[in-house]
Design a protein around this ligand. Structure first.
Ligand code: HEM
Length: 179
């Protein structure tokens, strides 16, 4: 064995795949955030147990809506005017981008200690479970693929997956400490 890991394979090219996609998408972050959480656009990707329509967070996990304090009382009101929801989606994208840069630099994702502590506590308190991170990952990849279809490649998907997985692993680990 060469000792090469997936993280070691994360180089400038992988970082660029993540950062370039985000740069192409971020101008439209309001509608992105909305699509990230809620969309009914059909696409042939595998979600959960079967092949079906592209599902976003609140479709895959309707219960997730109850986790967001500011949505709990919103009923069926439209989501587009929720600045906090938009902020969360953008945060996930931005932090995944930062992870890509860290992976390229050091082969490791290090979230600032204070930030990580807060993230661990917030997500435990909100009732977020490991499975929700998979839901969010599916939604993230789906959103990117739909936002930049001309740029989308298996390599781009792999780079985003790696950046997101390592970030999610750091948060999940901290959630164990906070629980
Ligand atoms: C809050 C980031 C995954 C649900 C937050 C906050 C940030 C954040 C920065 C603001 C509060 C704080 O700073 O402590 C992230 C990142 C994620 C992630 C980077 C993935 C890598 C998830 C997942 C869920 C989730 C998987 C569940 C579907 C929530 C909820 C809140 C929150 C419910 C509290 C919102 C509120 O009521 O104010 N997250 N999050 N997050 N996140 Fe996440």
């Amino acid at each position: 064995p060469s000792g090469a890991t997936a993280a070691n394979a994360f180089g400038e090219e992988q970082e660029a795949l993540v950062v370039n996609a985000w740069n192409a998408m971020k101008g439209d972050s309001a509608s992105l955030a909305l699509r990230f959480f809620q969309s009914t656009e059909p696409a042939a990707i595998c979600v959960g147990s079967g092949w079906g329509k592209t599902k976003r967070i609140f479709e895959i996990a309707p219960g997730a809506k109850q986790m967001f304090s500011f949505l709990r009382d919103a009923g069926d009101a439209p989501l587009e005017n929720h600045p906090k929801l938009k902020a969360h989606a953008v945060t996930v994208f931005v932090m995944a981008c930062e992870s890509a840069t860290q992976l390229r630099n050091s082969g490791d994702v290090k979230v600032r200690e204070a930030t990580l502590k807060r993230l661990g506590a917030t997500h435990v308190k909100a009732g977020v479970a490991d499975a929700h991170f998979e839901v969010v990952k599916t939604a993230l990849l789906d959103t990117i693929r739909n936002a930049v279809p001309d740029m989308w490649t298996p390599e781009m998907q792999a780079a985003w997956e790696e950046a997101y997985d390592q970030l999610a692993a750091a948060i999940k680990e901290e959630m164990k400490n906070a629980a």
